[in-house]
Write a protein that binds this ligand. Structure first.
Ligand SMILES: Nc1ncnc2c1ncn2[C@@H]1O[C@H](COP(=O)(O)OP(=O)(O)OP(=O)(O)O)[C@@H](O)[C@H]1O
Ligand SMILES: [Mg+2]
Length: 250
């Protein structure tokens, strides 16, 4: 059974950056098979991971909507779409990638979300780790796309507003009855000294601090992937420490 890691947080806090670095770290360290899931219709996880020519769930759904005759006789539309998506999952550099994408027509998000949920339910047994880059809102939690969560990683910045919103996410997840076996908080783009006592005020298993890294900001401003970050320096040390704590000690 997979280890499902959900990365959540307010807009712009660093969810995609952290999801990418966790995927690259798990793959690089040989911690088992990894599926990265981009569950944000506006996201850029593929770019951040350096994966090109990705076919998204939305692409497959739109294609079938335009050409319904592609569905073989005797095969349901849903099964065909799921089969196509599974055969299109990109495999690259030690991990696979599943991208939700943005549907063309209005009001199709519900359907795409359902397809994503069904695909994940089927894929869950095939990978050791599934890392889900969630959208900024809590849509996936309230729609129950993210029903299973072994490790919830909430990303925040150091500001009071940022931390309050991280707390709101943690509260809401509890109110929605979603069981996250382990909960972690990442204080991202840290510039000051990290406050270890935050752990008790947040009721999480562990608080991690991730430094502001100039190289990350530079790559992102050029739209380049994080694959070219020098391993062992800057942010990598923080992500490696997080990996040690979460996957070696637990
Ligand atoms: N530790 C860091 N050091 C330097 N820059 C960072 C760091 N973490 C994130 N950034 C930068 O901050 C910006 C926002 O990060 P990111 O896209 O990961 O956030 P997000 O939470 O996924 O945003 P959204 O809610 O829009 O999906 C990006 O330009 C990214 O490169
Ligand atoms: Mg993002």
């Amino acid at each position: 059974m997979s280890d499902v890691i959900v990365v959540a947080g307010k807009g712009g806090t660093g969810k995609t950056t952290m999801s990418s670095l966790i995927v690259l770290m798990l793959a690089q360290r040989g911690f088992g098979s990894v599926l990265a899931v981009d569950a944000d219709p506006n996201s850029n996880l593929a770019e951040s991971l350096g994966v090109k020519n990705v076919v998204t769930i939305a692409d497959v759904v739109d294609k079938v909507a335009l050409n319904p005759e592609v569905v073989p006789v005797g095969m349901g539309k849903e099964s065909y779409i799921e089969f196509q998506i599974q055969s299109e999952i990109s495999e690259e550099g030690g991990f696979d990638l599943l991208v939700m994408g943005r549907p063309e027509g209005p009001g199709c998000y519900c359907y795409i979300n359902n397809v994503l949920r069904n695909c994940m339910a089927k894929l869950i047994k095939s990978y050791d780790h599934i890392v889900i880059d969630n959208e900024a809102g809590l849509e996936h939690f309230s729609r129950k796309t993210t029903r299973i969560c072994d490790k919830l990683i909430v990303v925040s910045d150091e500001t009071v507003v940022g931390m309050k919103s991280a707390q709101r996410i943690l509260d809401l997840i509890q109110e929605l009855g979603i069981v996250a076996k382990k909960k972690f908080l990442i204080l991202n783009r840290k510039t000051k000294r990290c406050v270890a006592s935050l752990k008790s005020s947040f009721k999480v298993d562990k608080v991690f601090c991730v430094s502001f890294d100039k190289a990350v900001a530079l790559l992102s401003s050029k739209g380049e992937s994080l694959k070219s970050l020098k391993k062992g320096s800057g942010i990598w040390a923080d992500v490696k420490a997080l990996g040690d704590e979460i996957w070696l000690k637990n």
